[in-house]
Design a binder for this molecule. Structure first.
Ligand SMILES: Nc1ncnc2c1ncn2[C@@H]1O[C@H](COP(=O)(O)OP(=O)(O)OP(=O)(O)O)[C@@H](O)[C@H]1O
Ligand SMILES: [Mg+2]
Length: 426
């Protein structure tokens, strides 16, 4: 069973639970509202119900509070399914490799994601800070790093331009004529000056991740700590703490972007497996605008078919790039609006009519308007109240148990990690 309760509705003196059903959830939920109105709490409550119901979930939490809250409430029978990814746990770093690919399709998808991520982090408005030249070099370099039986990580990309032995070895594995020509023709005729200029450019982007021990020990792994398709098929519970206070904002964004890209790749792999029944999986992304590239827009329209139900929340519409915003209003089945500012209220009032902009700006905390997908159709808007966060009786020390189990199963000891990555980076 994967229905969950979203909140309650009062109508003519009667209180009803607002139930959100499995098939409708695969059409996704979008939630917007000012700070402190109760958005994260709605996700926490829903995710906890999923966990209790035996569902597979991933919760990407930009603050860490929601993940900590969920950890304390993990039921004993789900303990073995939890993967708690806390990048600030430097003693047992996880491996997260964007470029680990198992087939040609995945390779292309991941290299494109790699480029999108660099745009997102370093040139979000696409004003030319990155540009076609860097894109071209990055694409070819990433495909080269991935070549060969061991594969490679994004941190190995600059080494291609510094270490001729490494370059030679990697090139010997290449089979794609375009990439072979990139090295054999284009690079061979590029001046030393131009090469070093490009290398500086690469280093200015990759350097901060290579010089930061925490990030190097995660991104430098060639193998991911867990496989994302198995995670979905086995109904695991991936709880990701991306608290920027602990790891830094750009690092938090980088890791979240990679995670969402890897999940997308896993979903697309499901697509290639044909139409067999797929275990549903539920993704919660709080403040999702930080963790999604433009590719995400197409995932929204397609992922329903592949059993991924997404829940996306953020504070105000100005945070979303146009393609994402259009895709949301074109594809999402369930909309929830808490109190918003006047500008957003004017835009949202069109979606929520007959609710007006004045209704939307004067909502009390923990109250919302919702358009709920019911049996494949989006309902007209009605009001609701969210559920308070459930209290736990006594202390269960569940968080400590999960951390200990997860470290053993998915983390690598720091010294071993450092030694391996030092060798790989040359
Ligand atoms: N229905 C509720 N009843 C009582 N308290 C609630 C309810 N929902 C949330 N709260 C409490 O209100 C506070 C703010 O809620 P929450 O963190 O979910 O807001 P938010 O919309 O996610 O804010 P932000 O955008 O800043 O992240 C929290 O302390 C939470 O425990
Ligand atoms: Mg929040």
């Amino acid at each position: 069973m994967s229905n969950v309760t979203l909140g309650v509705n009062e109508f003519r003196g009667r209180t009803r639970l607002i139930e959100y059903a499995e098939n409708d959830r695969l059409r996704h939920m979008y939630m917007v509202g000012k700070t402190g109105v109760g958005k994260s709490t709605v996700f926490q409550n829903m995710c906890l119900q999923d966990i209790r119901n035996g569902q597979g979930v991933c919760f990407i939490d930009p603050h860490g509070d929601s993940v900590d809250w969920l950890l304390e409430r993990i039921p004993e029978h789900r303990l073995q399914h939890v993967i708690h990814f806390d990048p600030s746990d430097t003693a047992f770093p996880f491996g997260l490799n964007l470029l680990e690919a198992r087939n040609e399709f995945e390779k292309d998808f991941l290299v494109n994601e790699c480029i999108q991520i660099f745009y997102k982090l370093f040139d979000p408005g696409k004003v030319g800070m990155i540009g076609p030249q860097f894109e071209h070099w990055l694409r070819n370099a990433a495909l080269t790093v991935m070549a060969g039986p061991e594969g490679g990580s994004i941190l190995e990309i600059p080494r291609l331009f510094i270490d001729p032995e490494f370059e030679k070895k990697k090139r010997s594995y290449l089979t794609d004529p375009l990439v072979i020509d990139f090295w054999g023709k284009q690079m061979a005729s590029t001046s030393g000056f131009h090469k070093s200029e490009m290398l500086n450019y690469f280093m200015s982007k990759f350097g901060p991740f290579m010089n930061n021990a925490l990030m190097r020990n995660i991104l430098g792994h060639r193998v991911n700590s867990f496989e994302f398709d198995k995670l979905m098929d086995n109904r695991n519970i991936l709880l990701v703490n991306l608290s920027k206070g602990k790891i830094g904002e750009i690092n938090a964004h980088m890791l979240g972007l990679i995670l969402v890209s890897r999940l997308q790749a896993a979903v697309l792999k499901r697509a290639n497996q044909g139409g067999a029944y797929r275990t549903p999986f539920y993704l919660y992304v709080d403040e999702f605008q930080n963790f999604t590239t433009d590719t995400f827009a197409s995932l929204l329209s397609e992922s329903r078919k592949y059993g991924l139900g997404m829940h996306l929340a953020h504070q105000y519409l100005g945070q979303l790039p146009d393609p994402i915003r259009d895709s949301i209003f074109g594809n999402v089945g369930t909309f929830v609006a808490f109190e918003v500012g006047i500008e957003d209220a004017q835009l949202l009032a069109k979606e929520f009519a007959p609710i007006t902009d004045l209704d939307l700006i004067s909502l009390p905390r923990f109250n919302f308007y919702i358009k709920l997908m019911i049996d494949g159709k989006t309902s007209s808007s009605f009001s609701g109240t969210s559920l308070p966060p459930e209290q736990v009786a006594g202390t269960r020390n569940m968080k400590e148990k999960v951390i200990a189990l997860t470290r053993l199963a998915y983390g690598w000891p720091r010294l071993l990690t450092e030694e391996t990555i030092r060798r790989q980076l040359g």
